[in-house]
Design a protein around this ligand. Structure first.
Ligand SMILES: [Cu+2]
Length: 153
């Protein structure tokens, strides 16, 4: 009886603990005001998406392409990057961010400050698939006079 109770405790308690960790503790582990953006690279569609792409909907799902992400100059951003399939990588050349490898099955955090205004391209830096060239998008960074910097970019 004690054995059954122990097994039930592990089978119920562990997932609950993991859920609590991911839903309650992890989102608050960044400094206040941090913009957390989760993107998943999908080689098959040649996109970055905010949708969750997991095994069962990989082939049948139609994830939404993320092309533009609005930011304000001075924003502190954490990108939580995932790959739904093969090795991708992530870079923001105008901010000297990356390239950072994004292997399948891992979540890679990349932090940066939107230190300049304008249209800043982000892209996959690894030739991952025939759709590689379309794995890109733009941060539209709104100028903020207080932050200074060149607003013409
Ligand atoms: Cu690529």
């Amino acid at each position: 009886m004690a054995g059954v109770a122990a097994v039930v405790l592990v089978l119920v308690g562990l997932p609950l603990l993991l859920w609590y960790w991911r839903a309650v503790i992890m989102p608050h582990s960044y400094p206040p005001g941090t913009k957390v953006i989760t993107l998943t690279a999908v080689a098959k569609d040649g996109i970055w998406t905010e949708d969750q792409v997991v095994g069962h909907n990989y082939w049948r799902g139609k994830p939404t392409r993320i092309e533009e992400i609005p930011l304000t100059q001075g924003d502190h951003v954490v990108m939580r990057l995932k790959s739904a399939d093969v090795l991708h990588s992530f870079a923001i050349p105008l901010l000297h961010v990356g390239p950072v490898d994004v292997p399948a099955g891992h979540t890679v955090d990349v932090a940066f400050d939107a230190s300049r205004a304008g249209a800043l391209t982000f892209l996959c830096w690894t030739v991952c698939s025939p759709q590689h060239e379309s794995l890109r998008g733009t941060f539209q960074v709104k100028g903020n006079d207080k932050a200074g910097g060149d607003a013409s970019w």
